[in-house]
Design a protein around this ligand. Structure first.
Ligand SMILES: CC(C)(COP(=O)(O)OP(=O)(O)OC[C@H]1O[C@@H](n2cnc3c(N)ncnc32)[C@H](O)[C@@H]1OP(=O)(O)O)[C@@H](O)C(=O)NCCC(=O)NCCSC(=O)CCC(=O)c1ccccc1C(=O)O
Length: 260
């Protein structure tokens, strides 16, 4: 399988799926999402693979969410908002193997949502987590809000979304957003060690455990499906476009004029 925006490699039973757009801080466009979905299912149903790692190329970012240069009231791919977000999120949850997020830099916006959705998150001391939607004219009306609250609790999740602050790797561990924070140079070895340890466990027990964990929040897929329709209506407004344009113009957005 040939990929353009990602790389795919199996290291001793652990599939490494790496978003390879470092010049865009590993932001995803339509092609990236489609390739991630294909790669996740490829690894998910490959008997040689016991665990999956989701990572970003380079040192600066794990993933910074939707590619804002491909955003003009919608993104450049398929789906309600021009990105198959619902399918990508579903793929991380549906594959019957644990997915580990390896976070070495910014996990921002939709990138933080991807890391949150992974079964486990291992980060380095250079990791920075955060949501930016209300600063950028966006919001994740599904797992990115509702599931985040399950992971870090309602108060923290609301703080993350409303204030759009940044959190270090250590802070992420303290709030339950990450499992472990290690020195930067040790990150890959640590992630691979966790992956290989998972390969030693009963694959069927892991698959059943994952499905069982998922079941408790399965209804959130419905919230996301409905929310995406609302999000598309929001993307078509001047208020949302103010956030996108401000990022492109490298200025602070002025949202106050849209207060209702
Ligand atoms: C990531 C930053 C915090 C880094 O800040 P800083 O270190 O100061 O570097 P910058 O100079 O800002 O950026 C360097 C360089 O990278 C470009 N860049 C960064 N992020 C993106 C991006 N997402 N898309 C395109 N390009 C990006 C930046 O423009 C610079 O380029 P130059 O050419 O050097 O000028 C900071 O950069 C930052 O906050 N970036 C914006 C992050 C952002 O807005 N992300 C999108 C959030 S909204 C989103 O993800 C919605 C899409 C989505 O995923 C979704 C949709 C619907 C439902 C659910 C979801 C979901 O969230 O899952």
């Amino acid at each position: 399988m040939q990929f353009q925006d990602i790389t795919y490699e199996i290291r001793n039973g652990v599939a490494w799926i790496v978003i390879n757009r470092p010049d865009k801080m590993n932001a995803f466009r339509g092609t990236t999402c489609d390739e991630l979905i294909k790669a996740l299912y490829k690894a998910g149903y490959d008997k040689q693979v016991g665990a999956i790692v989701l990572a970003g190329a380079g040192d600066r970012a794990f993933c910074t969410g939707g590619d804002q240069s491909a955003h003009d009231g919608g993104y450049d791919g398929r789906g309600t908002i021009g990105l198959p977000m619902e399918e990508l999120h579903a793929a991380i949850r549906d594959v019957p193997k644990p997915v580990i997020a390896r976070v070495q830099g910014f996990a921002i916006g939709g990138g933080n949502v991807l890391a949150t959705l992974c079964d486990l998150t291992i980060c380095s001391e250079k990791a920075v987590f955060g949501q930016v939607g209300p600063k950028m004219g966006s919001v994740d009306p599904g797992y990115g809000t509702a599931y985040l609250a399950r992971v870090v609790g309602e108060k923290r999740a609301r703080e993350m979304w409303y204030l759009c602050r940044r959190y270090s790797g250590q802070e992420a561990v303290a709030m339950g957003l990450a499992n472990l924070c290690v020195p930067h140079a040790e990150l890959d070895a640590e992630v691979q060690r966790w992956g290989e340890e998972l390969c030693e466990r009963s694959p069927t027990a892991l698959a059943i455990a994952k499905r069982s964990f998922n079941m408790d929040t399965a209804h959130q897929a419905g919230i996301a499906g409905m929310g995406m329709l609302a999000l598309k209506l929001y993307y078509d407004t001047d208020e949302s476009k103010e956030g996108v344009n401000a990022l492109k113009d490298k200025r602070k957005p002025d949202f106050r004029k849209y207060a209702k």
